[in-house]
Design a protein around this ligand. Structure first.
Ligand SMILES: [Zn+2]
Length: 289
C-alpha cells in the first residue's frame, strides 16, 4: 500500500529539517521502581505448584491467580501462540491496558516488564519474571516475541476481510472462556474482552508500509513465560487458531497445539517485604475542582 497522498501534497521547503527533529522517548520510565530481580528470584526459589489449566487448541480457558503467586504459560507440545486477557479478579472493569503497556515498555515485553491496568487504576497487574525466549531479542526484520501491538484475531475482522464466519478466533475463545468462568452468556462476557498480550507471537512492522506482520513463532516445546501476579487476577488465555502464526489465522488450516498454565505459590517468608501495588493516587478531579 503506497501513501499516494504524498505524491500530491507538496513538501514544504524545510521538509528535511522537520524530518530531522530529534525523537524523545514519550514515557521515560526511569522514575518507576526498578525491577527487583533479587526479590523475584528469591520468591521463585522453592515455590510450589498449586494448580494447572490446559487450554485446548483453538479454544480458551479462564483461570485465577492469587496476588503474590507466579503463573507460567507453557508450550507443552509444539509452537503455539496464546492470547492473554487479565482482569482484577474482584472488579472486571480493571483490566490489562495493552496500549499503555506498549507506550511504557515497548512493542514487545519480556523479563522485568510489567503489565499495566486500565485507567483509573493504572498499576502493575503482573510482572514478567522469566522468559525462555528472551534470547530472541530483535531479528533482522525488526520482529520480536510477546507483542502488545496486535489486538487478537476476531470474527468481525475476519468477516470483513473474507466474507466468512469463523467461530474459533481468539476473541471468541476468550468470550467463551470468560462466559464459562462467570456462568454468563458469551454476549455478556464480550464487552470485557480486551486487547491482549500476544504470548509467543513473533511480530513486527514491515519496513516499507509499516504494516503489522507475523512470522513463525520461535517457541519450542517447553518454552514458557512466567509472570508474578501483583494483584488478584482472573485471566483468560486462547490457543490461537493460527498455531505458530507462520502463515494465517482465523481458520482451521494451521497446526495447533494446547497451552499449559501452571500456578505456583512462593514460600510466605519470601514475600514478607512485598506489598500489592495500590491503585493510582490521581485525585480524578480532572481540573474541575
Ligand atoms: Zn488468535
Amino acid at each position: 500500500m503506497e501513501r499516494k497522498d504524498l505524491a500530491v501534497i507538496p513538501a514544504p521547503p524545510d521538509a528535511a529539517e522537520r524530518r530531522h527533529a530529534k525523537g524523545v522517548v514519550v514515557y521515560p520510565v526511569e522514575s518507576l521502581p526498578l525491577f527487583d530481580a533479587a526479590f523475584y528470584q528469591a520468591a521463585r526459589r522453592g515455590m510450589k505448584k498449586v494448580g494447572e489449566t490446559t487450554v485446548p487448541p483453538r479454544d480458551g480457558r479462564a483461570f485465577t491467580v492469587p496476588a503474590g503467586h507466579f503463573f507460567r504459560i507453557v508450550c507443552p507440545e509444539g509452537s503455539q501462540v496464546g492470547d492473554l486477557n487479565l482482569w482484577n479478579a474482584r472488579d472486571l472493569s480493571e483490566r490489562f491496558f495493552s496500549g499503555k503497556t506498549r507506550a511504557l515498555h515497548g512493542t514487545h515485553v519480556s523479563t522485568g516488564d510489567r503489565l499495566w491496568s486500565t485507567l483509573p487504576t493504572l498499576r502493575p497487574m503482573a510482572t514478567i519474571t522469566h522468559d525462555t525466549l528472551a534470547w530472541y531479542g530483535w531479528d533482522q526484520d525488526g520482529a520480536g516475541v510477546h507483542d502488545v501491538i496486535g489486538t487478537r484475531c476476531d470474527p468481525y475482522t475476519n468477516l470483513l476481510l473474507t466474507g466468512a464466519e469463523y467461530h474459533h478466533c481468539c476473541h471468541s475463545n476468550l468470550c467463551r472462556a470468560l462466559a464459562a468462568e462467570r456462568n454468563i452468556a458469551p454476549q455478556e462476557a464480550e464487552p470485557h474482552i480486551h486487547d491482549v498480550l500476544n504470548v509467543f507471537m513473533c511480530t513486527g512492522f514491515t519496513k516499507d508500509t509499516h504494516q503489522y506482520f507475523m512470522k513463525a513463532s520461535p517457541a519450542r516445546r517447553g518454552d514458557f513465560i512466567e509472570l508474578f501476579a501483583e494483584i488478584d487476577l482472573l485471566a483468560a488465555l486462547s490457543a490461537c487458531p493460527g498455531g505458530d502464526c507462520s502463515a494465517g489465522h482465523s481458520s482451521d488450516e494451521a497446526a495447533c497445539y494446547p497451552l499449559l498454565v501452571e500456578v505456583f505459590r512462593p514460600a510466605a517468608h519470601t514475600l514478607a517485604t512485598w506489598n500489592s501495588p495500590p491503585a493510582s493516587a490521581y485525585s480524578r478531579s480532572h481540573g474541575a475542582g
